[in-house]
Design a protein around this ligand. Sequence first.
Ligand SMILES: O=CC(=O)O
Length: 338
Amino acid sequence: MGVNNTDSDKTQEEEQKDLPKVVLFRPPPAFSLIGEESFASNKFHFLKTYDSQLPLDQFLSTHSHSIKAILSSGNAPVNADILQLLPEVGVVVTTSAGLNQIDIPECRRRGIKIANAGYVYSADVADMAVGLLIDVLRKVSASDRYVRQGLWAAKGNYPLGSKLSGKRAGIVGLGNIGYEVAKRLEAFGCFVSYNSRKKKPNVSYPFYHDVCELAANCDALIICCGLSDETRHMINKQVLSALGKEGVIVNIGRGAIIDEKEMVRCLMQGEIAGAGLDVFENEPNVPKEFFAMDNVVLSPHRAVFTPESLKDLSQLVVGNLEAFLSNKPLLSEYVDSE
Ligand SMILES: O=CC(=O)O
């Protein structure tokens, strides 16, 4: 008896061949954290340049007509050279909140949409920013080391930390993450003020147009903005000295927003009081001077990730890609602010 070769008889490989392709240049950190299968869909198929032996340009030109979208992450740049090899791409979806790895003007020029992690990380990063600040002020990690090393019994009590409530907290970048940090610190009894490109309508926190002036008027400076040409090394010698020797800095934005060498020097010379850092200029390399500093709390760029945020992220990424491929509005489209 003859057998009709219907769609349902197609092998998985044949079915995937027909699907629109989403290209990846590096595995996003989220793939190893919750598994790539969490990002799978029957509406598209991932093409991974890192699984191919072909040179990148050859790989891309072989598949250029079926590649409709790019899946990027904080460690996977999307630049003009790549985009010009992919004429059919209409969207870049990134698993990151930050967009500094994407050539935004080139995407705009080519009419390519961008979607980022939207709000999925905001609460977790904000919690981490507050956690780092409390840790630096109350010396949580440093006292933990002290107790574990048996120094409590051997040498007596550890020096006192300082109170969070009543501190003046300066938020640099009042986007959705900065705003979540502000709300939390307000609940802790801090006096919040902020710096942003522009004063925000409907926000009553005092606004400082000049980041140096904000630093001079706060006890803790919390860096929550994105990295751009404008913000690279924005926290420089002048800002750090305005923060002063009682001042603490927390960075959950991007390492390069702070002039790291200058921050190390200020910490070594007691020109600022301490730092809580989730991000660094040259990750995963961290200036070794920090390792000996008890007034510095270090975290390996993990502020955004919890199992909960990763689950939300996978739904958002798949939702964005499926929406784009069915001509529906993106779920977290990045829109340029003026
Ligand atoms: O730092 C992490 C991100 O931008 O998502």
